[in-house]
Design a protein around this ligand. Structure first.
Ligand SMILES: [Zn+2]
Length: 328
């Protein structure tokens, strides 16, 4: 538990409870607990976890990424749940599912309320309402000590089931969380499934509500403790991983991500990008980089279904993230 973070971020326990209740009645199959031998289509069978000693667990490495975990999440979110507009019941169901996945990895999960205005999302009217960020921290986490953030947005535009945009990012994040659960990383990692990334209007103020809420909730000391943030957004189509820099000129954070890609043997292309949740971190002075956004014309359409996802691209992205997290 991390009392300092909980008080600083203003957790809404009632919202968390409501989500749990909604999720429990929505008919989602529950992943098995680690000791249970239960077949469940939303969670691939566990492989043997790394041999660790209590004193010094193994350091995580790129080969620890399991794309089957990411692919199962894509199928569940985009295939079973479907479109997840940020303020709607399907989003709540998805948020409850993601939160339970984190909890089963031993992470402490909180739901942070995100208010969203009425607007127009990719041509469809959307109401004012509430979304949530699902935030997962490791055991013993201290919010004002150096750490990293790996995030992905969980919402979709109203008309799209969102396999590429962005069940792909959520899936890679969950697989990274699994790979790091019992292994060492170079710094503690906070995972965030952001609500309401998709636009509800035309300007730079009309999207990224979840990440903006998260960043605004952080006191100065906690912002200074974030040594790097990756936003995984559209990471399941293509043959190279886009490393998206939001800064003009020198961007040491993006340089570091490129070095991780090279170390992992992952092909990449450096691009300018301010259109995902990393932008809110950069605006507030923190190091943030996007992974993803290779061209896929159907990403905001009903055609964004699990069949468009290429497991090899999920694996490229996941291996890059684990190289970025690898202890020195
Ligand atoms: Zn997206």
């Amino acid at each position: 538990m991390a009392p300092a973070r909980i008080s600083a971020m203003g957790w809404v326990l009632a919202a968390s409870l409501a989500l749990a209740l909604v999720a429990c009645t929505a008919g989602d199959p529950e992943p098995p607990r680690p000791s249970a031998q239960v077949s469940d289509p939303t969670e691939p069978p566990s492989e043997a976890l790394p041999t660790t000693s209590p004193e010094r667990p193994a350091g995580v490495k790129p080969a620890d990424f399991r794309p089957v975990i990411a692919l199962a999440a894509v199928r569940h979110l985009a295939g079973t749940i479907g479109p997840r507009e940020a303020s709607g019941p399907a989003y709540e169901r998805a948020a409850g599912w993601v939160g339970r996945r984190f909890e089963r990895l031993g992470l402490t999960v909180q739901h942070q309320r995100v208010d969203v205005p009425a607007g127009t999302s990719w041509g469809v009217a959307v109401p004012a309402g509430r979304s949530v960020n699902v935030i997962a921290v490791p055991p013993g986490f201290v919010a004002d000590q150096p750490h990293l953030v790996v995030g992905a947005h969980l919402d979709t535009v109203p008309q799209a089931p969102g396999a590429e945009d962005n069940a792909s990012g959520i899936g890679v994040m969950l697989a990274v969380a699994e790979a790091t659960a019992l292994r060492r990383t170079r710094l503690p990692v906070v995972f965030v499934a952001f609500g309401a990334e998709e636009p509800r209007g035309e300007t730079d103020a009309d999207h990224h509500y979840g990440s903006r809420t998260y960043v605004r909730s952080l006191p100065a000391g906690e912002r200074a403790a974030i040594k790097g943030m990756l936003s995984l957004d559209r990471v399941g189509v293509g043959g190279v991983v886009s490393v998206g820099s939001a800064r003009d000129g020198l961007d040491r954070a993006a340089d570091q991500v490129e070095q991780a890609a090279e170390a992992a043997g992952v092909p990449f292309v450096r691009e300018d990008n301010r259109s995902s949740d990393h932008w809110q971190f950069v605006l507030a002075g923190m190091p943030g980089v996007r992974l993803g956004s290779t061209p896929y014309a159907g990403y905001h359409s009903p055609q964004d279904v699990p069949e468009v996802i290429e497991p090899d691209q999920l694996e490229r992205t996941g291996r890059l993230v684990l190289a970025w997290l690898r202890p020195g």
